[in-house]
Design a protein around this ligand. Structure first.
Ligand code: A3D
Length: 324
């Protein structure tokens, strides 16, 4: 019997790619190949991370490359290739540039890692995942996107700060597309089972004030990516997106059956036919093993439909530009 460590291919060795590699190493998730078109850069980053192995005590192989042949046999590919948003630039502006990049990446994944899972992070997320699945032709269960884990973590963080409780006790989920139309599920947000709204009303002794505070957290969640972009001045968030994608990769590599909000292809679920949108799924060794449907009230369904329409608009734009 042949034993081997999982092989993780990072396509894109920029800001997120670097943190992804370091997290893979620290958690010993597998051997990591980092591909980028920039000469020597992925080799330099991987060397740098590997040289911390004695200090951090990890033992995995780290390789940087400019040759797609090196991703051969990867079990999982995490794609961050593309351009990040610049201040004032909408995610949608990135559509044409990043579509060309994702097509190229997808063709190479198909050629060299035909049995891999693909986690896409590149923006505009919902459109790039759709294009990746189309380009690779892989089963939709094996091509999915990271956005909801991060959006939900942001929402949970703001709730924890507001209530003064441990963030690990906060459960909050964000569904829909990864854009301004995303849907933070207020009604389901809870601290170890106790609804957040109930605690806000208790804290402020006033329903209107509680709603106002929650609305502000929802708005901050929706605009959280832009808030970081504006502060950084250069580039966009990279620590938290990397951590979020690693949680997904770990769920797959360890067959954890985690229930996470993931950008997945809907085929009738939530009343949506053939679009990639953020929904809760069971994530395990077979990728998206189940889409977890939940009851949405009229208001939530309305916001979800609005978000799905934004994704549909993006896909239409990609069609007009000749990518679909
Ligand atoms: P950045 O540091 O610019 O890294 C992108 C890397 O892609 C660079 O090193 C480029 O050299 C490389 N690249 C460009 N073209 C190609 C190509 N054809 N093939 C392979 N590599 C290529 O960006 P980043 O790491 O900060 O962000 C990467 C992507 O993630 C961007 O599209 C962001 O908008 C997106 N992003 C998504 C989220 C989500 O939650 C969905 C959050 C933050 C950023």
């Amino acid at each position: 019997m042949e034993f081997k460590r999982p092989k993780i291919a990072l396509i894109g060795g920029g800001q997120i790619g670097g943190v992804l590699s370091q997290l893979c190493a620290l958690r010993e998730l597998g051997d990591v190949v980092m591909f980028d078109i920039v000469e020597d850069m992925p080799q330099g980053k991987q060397l740098d991370i590997a040289e911390a192995s004695r200090v951090d005590g990890f033992d995995v192989e780290l390789k940087g490359t400019n040759d797609y042949a090196d991703i051969e046999g990867a079990d999982i590919c995490i794609v961050t290739a593309g351009l990040p948003r610049k201040p004032g630039m909408s995610r949608d502006d990135l559509l044409t540039t990043n579509s060309n990049i994702i097509k190229d990446v997808g063709e190479n994944i198909k050629k060299y890692a035909p049995n891999s899972h693909v986690i896409v992070i590149s923006n505009p997320l919902d459109a790039m995942v759709t294009l990746m699945q189309k380009t690779t032709g892989f089963a939709p269960e094996k091509v999915y996107g990271q956005a909801g884990v991060l959006d939900s973590s942001r929402f949970a963080t703001f709730i924890a700060w507001e209530l003064g409780v441990a963030v690990k006790d906060v459960n909050a989920m964000v569904l829909g597309g990864h854009g301004d139309t995303m849907v933070p599920l207020v009604r389901y947000a809870n601290v170890n089972g106790v609804p957040v709204m109930e605690q806000l009303v208790r804290k402020y002794g006033d329903e209107a004030k509680a709603k106002e505070v929650m609305d502000a957290m929802v708005e901050r969640t929706k605009k959280a990516g832009g808030e970081v972009v504006a502060l950084l001045k250069k580039g966009s968030a990279f620590y938290s997106p990397a951590s979020s994608a690693i949680q997904m990769a770990e769920a797959v590599l360890k067959d954890e059956k985690r229930v996470l909000p993931v950008c997945a292809l809907l085929q009738g679920e939530f009343g949506v036919e053939n679009y990639y949108v953020g929904v809760p799924v069971v994530l395990g060794k077979d990728g998206i093993e189940k889409i977890v449907e939940l009851e949405l009230n009229d208001e939530e369904q309305g916001m979800f439909d609005h978000s799905v329409n934004a994704v549909k608009g993006l896909i239409e734009d990609m069609g007009r530009l000749g990518f679909m």
